[in-house]
Design a protein around this ligand. Structure first.
Ligand code: AMP
Length: 215
């Protein structure tokens, strides 16, 4: 099973991708997480990507294409995968189609989560992320000497640098101008499922799984 989870930054792709990957026993591939890890470890990729990610722009297609080609050929993707944050441009979508053709036939889904920009801005400016495991919480849930409920790290919650309001507005602009057209590209190429992303986490997961079952 090959799943692309699609939608604006902050709509809940990462949260749903983690849950679905665990429920369906498939790999969760987040290109944002791969880049953040590279930036944290100051690798060659990280040094190239840092300023671009911090400003909410897109890392060039050739770099992203190389990363995704390597990852999708790893053993952990053999049972299937959920792609979170890729493809973000039409060129990336074309490249992904080539890689998927090389990997062989599998059922392909595109799940799009929808929410208005105002809701997104409000959500992102109020979220904190665990720097160890990536879990997301609302700002006022994170108290002094806080232990992550998922990975148990202490005081690990931070604001992502690109969650600043100006940067979010740029990320939304990039999404509407460059990434949103990828949705139409998949018309007829995958089972397309659109879900209201403003519901609770559990409701969104349930709706996705129900719709996948019925398709
Ligand atoms: P995300 O965690 O998916 O919101 O990604 C965070 C940032 O990483 C984005 O704002 C981009 O700067 C960069 N990024 C992640 N995935 C891609 C991609 N497929 N193409 C280009 N840049 C990406």
């Amino acid at each position: 099973m090959q799943i692309i989870i699609f939608g604006s930054p902050g709509v809940g792709k990462g949260t749903q991708a983690k849950i679905l990957a665990s429920k369906l026993s498939i790999a969760h591939i987040s290109t944002g997480d791969i880049l953040r890890e590279a930036i944290k470890n100051k690798t060659e990729l990280g040094l190239k990507a840092k300023a671009i990610v911090d400003h909410g722009e897109l890392v060039p297609d050739d770099i992203m294409g190389g990363i995704i080609r390597d990852v999708l050929k790893q053993d952990r993707c053999k049972n299937g995968f959920i792609l979170d944050g890729f493809p973000r441009t039409i060129a990336q979508a074309h490249l992904l189609e080539t890689i998927l053709a090389e990997l062989g036939a599998a059922k392909k889904f595109l799940i799009k989560l929808d929410a208005d920009d105002n809701i997104i801005i409000n959500r992102i400016t109020n979220r904190m992320v665990c720097s160890s495991c990536g879990n997301i919480l609302i700002k006022n849930e994170v108290t002094e000497n806080f232990q992550c409920p998922v990975c148990k790290s202490m005081n690990s919650y931070v604001r992502r640098k690109d969650d600043d309001e100006e940067v979010i507005k740029r990320r939304l602009k990039v999404y509407h101008e460059t990434t949103a057209p990828v949705f139409n590209f998949y018309n007829g190429k995958a089972v397309v499922i659109e879900i209201d992303g403003t519901q609770s986490i559990d409701e969104v997961t349930k709706n996705i799984l129900d719709r996948m079952d019925r398709s």
